[in-house]
Design a protein around this ligand. Structure first.
Ligand SMILES: [Zn+2]
Length: 109
């Protein structure tokens, strides 16, 4: 009975468990944290994906949600707008929304 009790905690520290941990660490080093220039959201992405987004948005990285909003801004506009112009418009919108939220939070304090 007591022999089984001792062998149980030893299972946790087997080399098998350790190798699983190190493989997770390798996977994590392959992704980078990208911060959205619009809303400040942090996303874990592969460097290749970050590069692709930066190319599309004049060196700036925007999250998936803001990217959709920028595309929407271009589609909704009656005249032809550049990606940069649409992005600036959306960034201002984002900053205003954040400001509104901050004001609301301050009112509660
Ligand atoms: Zn965003």
């Amino acid at each position: 009975m007591s022999a089984t009790m001792i062998s149980d905690p030893m299972i946790i520290s087997t080399p098998e468990t350790q190798s699983t941990t190190s493989s997770i660490l390798v996977a994590q080093s392959e992704v980078e944290f990208a911060i959205c220039e619009c809303c400040g959201l942090t996303e874990e992405c592969t460097p290749a994906y970050i590069e692709r987004i930066r190319e599309r948005y004049q060196g700036k990285w925007v999250c998936g949600l803001c990217g959709e909003a920028v595309k929407d801004e271009i589609v909704r506009s009656e005249r032809l707008v550049s990606t940069e112009e649409a992005m600036t418009k959306h960034m201002n919108f984002c900053k205003n929304s954040i400001l509104q939220v901050l004001i609301q939070i301050q009112q509660f304090i």
